[in-house]
Design a protein around this ligand. Structure first.
Ligand SMILES: [Zn+2]
Length: 410
């Protein structure tokens, strides 16, 4: 068993967090005391440096609106605690002075992330700038919870091996999940795997803080902090794989219901007379555009025994193109429904969408902007996720990094 140097501090914190979550809504305390404000400011400063939006004290003062004295005080504290280092910026002045820059210290904590999917688990070890230090995947169809957890342990053991400065573990899982309980509830088509208290099990094994969220919610956060969502507050992230899922950020925050369940776009119905879905509804988006359904259509129509990826590259084949266009049309139908509720500023697509030819991404953008109801004068861009096929697993690591940026780990 691996032990963290700050295990006790973590356990204290976890108890506090649990108490906070269980408070009734009416008892929520809205005030911000000075101590919390200080922690929040430290988190913001770290976020701005880690995500490369600021590289000096002057930048920080300009971006945060805090005085130079306040910034200097925070920066000095963060240097002392080995989060930041001073660097020499490039000499641009005629006087030959080298202004002092700021960067994340090589001695700053590292973060592990683990992604739970149908057919595979993947783990990553990152620094605070989301640079990948280790990454590993185990492919398998999970038959039960024990088999899945064994793979998660193997991967995390490898990520944490020889590491003495890992500050937390982030977990991202296919849904439905209960964020509050830290539990994978009962994903569809997931054999006997259900009701896994994964956060609790990992905390007990590794004695590190564990942060758990839905895979696409985590991915959306990673993109907002470090990827193509930078500069946007309202993000809709869509992923197409064996299922169809989404992540939603509203005003920069992940959208969660009070019950702790994450959003599920795959079960928006696009046809009220459509095919029945295991969820109980009919005409669910996921029944028409998930990758196995698409692959079956490609193979049946063309008579070719090729992979999903190979078919995606056959955009000049009229049969393949027609199926892709039909899929894009169905997908866009659901995106427009979601967009009319959320009014997101940008749509990011990931998982198998990253292997689609760019022309289909442009088609989504065109159709979405032609059909959306609100804010018609502003075009909503549609882009592939910056981290491509790694978006979800990096999202898992982000689940562990983001609390630091929120000022929770000081
Ligand atoms: Zn459904």
């Amino acid at each position: 068993m691996l032990r963290s140097r700050n295990a006790e501090a973590f356990l204290d914190g976890r108890i506090k967090i649990k108490q906070k979550c269980e408070e009734p809504v009416t008892m929520a305390k809205l005030g911000v005391n000075r101590d919390n404000q200080k922690k929040t400011n430290r988190g913001i400063v770290l976020r701005l440096i880690a995500t490369r939006q600021c590289t000096s004290r002057v930048d920080l003062s300009r971006m945060t609106g805090l005085t130079k004295t306040a910034i200097s005080q925070i920066v000095n504290e963060l240097i002392e605690k080995n989060y930041l280092i001073e660097t020499k910026k490039e000499n641009t002045s005629e006087l030959g002075r080298n202004p002092v820059g700021l960067d994340i210290s090589p001695r700053a904590p590292r973060y592990a992330g683990v992604l739970v999917q149908r057919g595979y688990c993947e783990a990553v070890l990152c620094d605070m700038q989301l640079n990948v230090l280790k990454i590993e995947k185990i492919k398998k169809e999970w038959m039960d919870a024990a088999e899945l957890m064994q793979a998660v342990y193997t991967l995390l053991d490898h990520m944490l091996e020889g590491e003495t400065n890992v500050s937390g573990i982030g977990v991202a899982s296919i849904g439905p999940v209960s964020i509050k309980e830290g539990m994978i509830v009962h994903p569809l088509y997931f054999n006997e795997v259900e009701n896994i208290e994964i956060r609790k099990q990992l905390e007990e094994r590794y004695l590190l803080p564990v942060y758990f969220d839905h895979d696409n919610q985590s991915a959306a956060q990673a993109e907002q902090l470090y990827g193509n969502g930078r500069g946007y507050q309202d993000i809709l992230l869509l992923s197409v794989g064996r299922g169809v899922g989404c992540g939603i950020l509203v005003e920069g925050q992940r959208y969660h219901s009070y019950s702790g369940y994450a959003p599920e776009i795959g079960h928006i119905s696009i046809d009220y007379n459509g095919v029945p879905c295991v969820c109980g509804n009919v005409g669910c988006l996921e029944r028409y555009v998930n990758s196995p359904v698409m692959l079956a259509r490609f193979r049946e129509t063309t008579g070719l025994d090729r992979s999903y990826e190979e078919f995606c590259q056959m955009e000049d084949d009229p049969q393949v193109d027609e199926i892709m266009r039909d899929m894009i049309h169905k997908l866009t139908n659901a995106i427009v429904s979601a967009l009319n509720i959320l009014n997101s500023q940008i749509i990011l697509v990931c998982m198998d969408c990253v292997i689609w030819p760019e022309k289909y991404i442009r088609m989504i953008e065109e159709e979405v902007n032609r059909k959306k109801f609100g804010n018609r004068e502003v075009r909503v861009p549609v882009k592939k996720a910056y981290f491509l096929e790694r978006t979800q697993v990096l999202g898992a690591a982000c689940n562990a990094i983001n609390p630091l940026f929120q000022g929770e780990q000081f």
